[in-house]
Design a protein around this ligand. Structure first.
Ligand SMILES: [Fe+2]
Ligand SMILES: [Fe+2]
Length: 420
């Protein structure tokens, strides 16, 4: 809900500023006393604009997005510089209108050069609108511009001889786990961070979503290009359809592909963990057509030279395609996604994918290829600090090493994938 504002002070300021701009008459200013109760208002014209650190999402240099949490209705623009150059402005205004958002300002950066340091900051100010019955127009009041801290990240470099990445999964808003994962990630200083689904328990209130997704537990995702992966919990709740406002994936799709050094990464969307007609979804689920379409999309991506030339092809998706449910078929939980496996497996094999990295089961597991399972599957752990895992990947042109460890550093699994 919009923050309550001092309506009298707001209207006085509004009428004054509009009169100064020559767009309102003195009569408008005089009507303040006649403003009916219940005039529609949105926003406020004062107070801090920023509500936490931004996240930088994308993650390829052609599709970077900055998500800046705000504490009240605000507008603004982004300033960025490439490799120490002059700051330029990026507007989130494709049709000439800057954003007017209550929770997160979302700025798309233009295509950036690979492997460069990008400095960025947001200039924003609060905005209040009111609509009064007697006027022929709404009234706006703007707060003073505020400039965020300048932060940096480095764009991915498809041509680099090596890369390293970090993977989180199933954090489910657990602040202690998030803090520990964040510390491990800072230590690694990866080229990209991949957050492999179930960031949330559900998406109920839009007002909570910046703290769930952009600055989780107040932590900063401002320094590493984020590859966001949607989990089954992140499609649940009345605010789930607003997820793209808080994520910044390429084209606002939840399946995309990118290259970092020797690794071609596929991000795919496994949707919900039950059939679309499950009573659990109340008729809201239509995931199967989307899951089918991804197989076609995957076949197209796999033909592109940047993908084909990568020594390693890795697929990331929240729900695994293989899990120990194969071993314990009586297990009642939906542990792997049979439908996605049926739709995608052949295309993944044709594309040369040798490794799938997932979460969802809350039971960490390393499953090498073999015994009827054609692709190796790594599954991260649970939300609770005791069972959570940190996955890191380090690739050169010859080999990809992945390691899964507990938050205290105890190594649970290591695997080496050969190039080819
Ligand atoms: Fe989960
Ligand atoms: Fe899940």
């Amino acid at each position: 809900m919009p923050e309550k504002l001092d309506r009298r002070a707001f209207l006085t300021a509004s009428a004054g500023s509009l009169a100064a701009a020559g767009t309102a008459s003195a009569q408008d200013a005089e009507t303040e006393a006649e403003v009916p109760e219940g005039a529609f208002t949105a926003g406020s014209d004062d107070g801090p604009a920023f509500a936490g650190p931004p996240a930088v999402s994308g993650p390829s240099p052609e599709s970077m997005v900055v998500l800046q949490p705000v504490s009240r209705f605000a507008t603004g623009y982004l300033e960025y510089s490439v490799d120490g150059g002059a700051f330029r402005r990026a507007e989130a205004a494709p049709a000439g209108l800057r954003p007017f958002e209550e929770h997160v300002l979302k700025f798309e950066l233009p295509p950036l050069p690979p492997g460069k340091e990008i400095a960025y900051r947001t200039v924003a100010h609060s905005v209040g609108w009111t609509r009064v019955r007697q006027f022929y127009h709404g009234q706006v009041a703007a707060g003073a511009p505020q400039t965020s801290e300048t932060r940096t990240f480095r764009t991915l470099d498809p041509g680099a001889a090596a890369t390293r990445f970090a993977v989180w999964n199933d954090t489910h808003e657990n602040a202690e786990t998030l803090a520990a994962l964040h510390a491990r990630t800072a230590e690694l200083s990866p080229d990209f961070l991949l957050w492999n689904g179930d960031q949330t328990n559900d998406l109920h209130f839009e007002g909570d979503m910046a703290a769930q997704l952009v600055a989780p537990a107040g932590l900063s995702l401002a320094g590493w290009p984020l590859a966001y992966v949607r989990g089954n919990h992140d499609v649940r709740g009345p605010a789930a359809k607003h997820l793209p406002r808080f994520t910044g994936t390429p084209g606002d799709r939840f399946h995309y592909a990118f290259r970092s050094g020797p690794v071609a990464a596929l991000v795919m969307d496994t949707g919900e963990d039950k059939p679309d007609d499950s009573v659990y979804f109340g008729g809201m689920a239509a995931f199967q057509p989307m899951q089918r379409r991804q197989a076609e999309w995957l076949r197209q991506v796999a033909r592109e030279p940047w993908f084909r030339s990568a020594p390693f092809k890795v697929m990331f998706c929240h729900i695994p395609l293989y899990s120990r449910r194969d071993i314990f078929p009586q297990h009642r939980r939906w542990e792997h996604h049979t439908f996605c496996r049926e739709q995608w497996e052949a295309a993944l094999l044709d594309a040369g994918v040798k490794l799938i990295v997932s979460g969802h089961t809350h039971a960490q597991e390393w499953r090498p290829a073999g015994d009827g399972q054609p692709i190796a599957q790594l599954i991260g752990g649970a939300p609770q600090p005791r069972w959570a895992t940190f996955i890191k990947g380090v690739a050169t042109n010859d080999k990809l090493e992945v390691q899964m460890s507990r938050l205290d550093g105890e190594v649970l699994a290591t695997a080496e994938i050969a190039a080819g």
